[in-house]
Write a protein that binds this ligand. Sequence first.
Ligand SMILES: Cc1cc2nc3c(=O)[nH]c(=O)nc-3n(C[C@H](O)[C@H](O)[C@H](O)COP(=O)(O)OP(=O)(O)OC[C@H]3O[C@@H](n4cnc5c(N)ncnc54)[C@H](O)[C@@H]3O)c2cc1C
Ligand code: FES
Ligand code: FES
Length: 498
Amino acid sequence: MTAPVAGDQPGIRFWWHGAQRSVVGVASTMTVLEWLRTEARAVGTKEGCAEGDCGACLVMLAELDADAEQGVALRPINSCIHLLAMIDGKAIVTVEDLHGASGGLHPVQQAMVDCHASQCGFCTPGFVMALFGLYESRTDAPSRAATCQALAGNLCRCTGYRPIVAAAAQAFERPRHRFDRAPLRTALQAMAARAALDYRAGAAAGGGRFEAPATLAALAQTLLAAPAARIVAGATDIGLWITKQARPLPHLVHLDRVPELHTLELQQGQLVIGAAVSHSRAWPVLCRHVPALSDLARRFAAPPVCNAGTLGGNVANGSPIGDGMPPLLALDARLRLQRGGQVRELALADFYLGYQRTALAPGEFLRELVVPLPGPATRFACYKVSKRYDQDISALCAAFRVDFADGVITAARVAFGGMAATPQRAPACEAALLGGHLDAATLDAARRALLTDFSPLSDLRASAAYRRVVAGRLLERWWHALAGGGSPDALDAVEAGA
Ligand SMILES: Cc1cc2nc3c(=O)[nH]c(=O)nc-3n(C[C@H](O)[C@H](O)[C@H](O)COP(=O)(O)OP(=O)(O)OC[C@H]3O[C@@H](n4cnc5c(N)ncnc54)[C@H](O)[C@@H]3O)c2cc1C
Ligand code: FES
Ligand code: FES
């Protein structure tokens, strides 16, 4: 059989609602939601915010995964910011696909009805899909915390969460009805042979181009030949440029098909995280090695955003309020950058040159992150401050790390998001900690030094004054936690001197 080549099938090819679709003539930036509602006329999936925040648009993305049930993983994503071309070779499951054992309502739908969990109804398909994802992901009934986590990306504007949470529990009390993934597996296997996508929209659709190279070499060559092309990983930032800013994106290059960019390996005490590894994959592994990251990981966006978005995209996007960078800076993470056949390594601390400016050269891309794992002498902590607990961008994010030898601080890293135009370390504070002991004098010096490190801005998330105060309080909080196992006198002195 002849090996398939780019363009062997017309258009964007994926599986949905029992059939393979081959879509041509749409804009290269068309979202999955837009296709569902305007082309397929499947209007069960709703648009609430068009920015990944409300969950009304949730669909399940199906991909081959040997470890998943029937060899197919089902993960919720926000279809409003997921580009149709990104699902080429994959399958989606929408609310139209749900049914019970005898064709009626699915157990989660029936539970939503029985618990009176739908009021406006507009957000209901999204809640149903989030609960369906939870239902499919486990065999036993979820805890309340697990249910809340699964629903963290869904908003009910009339605050009807209590019956929705009750519906989650009730669905598990009914006779089990698992979704049959076998047809998806067959379809996905058939599509897997496709080598690459080079989708070009016609003039009437804006003429945009979407390329998805299948090898690292092809990706490097594509970017070298077209340095102005925009790299797209999970599109959880880029999606909003399309839906909210109507930014022209004439040439997109997708990373997802390059196997090397999906590696997540422990190599000689360092985690190497490929640029296309999703947050959902990266954070659990990071947390296993650095448990102090768990709270931040739990509060990083919500599962549908984390299923699509990547840690690499977070770092490359370089938002001053991105959450991945403060802990990575504190852990002395490095970046492997590739341009053509050349690979160079750069400390993350040297990557940001200014507001949304990075050290990436034209045609260069982030290939992987290298995260040295802390040893037993290291104390690390990380804090996120945001207006809402779930699915909110930080006003401030702080990471602290010190290494001790014989009670003396031998290495110190303090990094913040939300305090400057880029995520940044606090050099004066670090210098004040270095050589100090876990006592009030060192804290006092570090706190004073921190005030000189940043001149934060006021914006809708927090005022400059608030940021300065909270940064100091987070430092104190960490110090108190560190001293928790030490002398109470030291803590008292810290409080008295505050
Ligand atoms: C509802 C919602 C909640 C969110 N919550 C949070 C949050 O709590 N904390 C947080 O930090 N962020 C949050 N985000 C932002 C976003 O999810 C993250 O920044 C995410 O990590 C971006 O990754 P991505 O793969 O989606 O990047 P994309 O959107 O695909 O790309 C982002 C940018 O990075 C560039 N890029 C991507 N990969 C590479 C690469 N390998 N090499 C070079 N350039 C590259 C792209 O060209 C683009 O400029 C949220 C977003 C949404 C929509
Ligand atoms: S429409 Fe709100 S998350 Fe997609
Ligand atoms: S039921 Fe739709 S917003 Fe509450």
